[in-house]
Design a protein. Structure first.
Length: 304
């Protein structure tokens, strides 16, 4: 499909270019340098659909339904891995943001209720783990998703992350009209920025495709230790820039994203625990949920 360059729905037209060196620095409360934003992704994979990810390619690479081994790979995360995450965060007094398919609220109510009781911040993640481009009634899907989350939490979610970060040209408009305030799909910066819609701006929070266990471990096939090493190297640079007086100075946001079926397995859960302990030992970071980052950013008055 050809897209006209003057179409206001184009991502580059919604998201005005701002060079990092041209912006006024932001400041976090307490003089912290980096807001750390942990995101736990919990999804509902439909057994009668092709699996969103595969760990085991079927014989002769034929597409088979039901895809039992790959569905079971994910299901382990829902039955076991999630609960390791819950313990790892709760034992350290950290409340992450939960990126959650709306259908998880009814398919896995035990998980949704446990996360809510633990004080996790819910960020809508589509209704099922299906690319947004395949949804015929996108406004209906968004409404169904936010309603399912509100049934559990008692309030509408403020944030949205598309399944696989997928959006159509119309998605930002539809999200803002549904009451969504921030999105994680525009991974373009180390600090929040604004995305134009026809009814007012959304705030884009710095989600991550680099500090994310799917591309790092399931796609790029790095050793598991790379997750911790990369996160800490990333933090060292962001903190040094934030503390400096150079053109890249000012507070930053560092997100990392994990999935129960990948990092929640026995041989990797220790990496999450090690990372959390290393982050907690630092005096230059503050853990924040998505809604907290949104409120802080809006309070700065920044118009980027």
């Amino acid at each position: 499909m050809d897209i006209a360059f003057d179409d206001p729905r184009r991502p580059e037209n919604r998201l005005a270019y701002r060079a990092a060196v041209d912006r006024l620095p932001l400041a976090l409360p307490g003089g912290k340098h980096v807001a750390v934003w942990p995101v736990v992704n919990v999804e509902h994979w439909l057994i009668d659909h092709p699996m969103p990810r595969q760990i085991l390619v079927p014989p002769t690479a034929a597409s088979l339904l039901p895809d039992l081994p790959n569905w079971a790979w994910h299901e382990y995360g829902m039955r076991v891995g999630f609960w390791r995450f819950l313990e790892a965060f709760a034992s350290r007094g950290i409340r992450p943001t939960l990126s959650i398919n709306g259908s998880v609220c009814t398919a896995y109510p035990r998980i949704a209720c446990a996360a809510h009781e633990a004080g996790w911040d819910f960020m809508a993640h589509g209704f099922h783990q299906v690319p947004t481009h395949r949804i015929e009634d996108q406004p209906g899907m968004i409404a169904r998703t936010v309603a399912a989350i509100a049934d559990v939490t008692g309030r509408l979610p403020r944030g949205w992350l598309g399944p696989g970060l997928t959006e159509t040209l119309d998605t930002p408009d539809l999200l803002h009209e549904a009451g969504i305030e921030y999105v994680g799909d525009f991974v373009v910066d180390d600090r929040p920025c604004r995305v134009a819609t026809r009814s007012g701006p959304l705030v884009a929070l710095p989600y991550s495709v680099e500090l994310n266990d799917i591309p790092l471990l399931a796609i790029q096939h790095h050793r598991a230790d790379e997750f911790v090493e990369r996160a800490l190297a990333n933090l060292d640079r962001l903190s040094a820039e934030a503390a400096g007086s150079g053109p890249l100075g000012g507070a930053k946001v560092m997100s990392f994203a994990i999935h129960p079926y990948i990092t929640g397995v026995p041989h990797r859960i220790g990496l999450l625990e090690r990372l959390l302990d290393a982050l907690m030992a630092r005096s230059d970071v503050v853990f924040m949920q998505g809604g907290e980052i949104l409120d802080w950013y809006r309070a700065t008055g920044d118009e980027s």
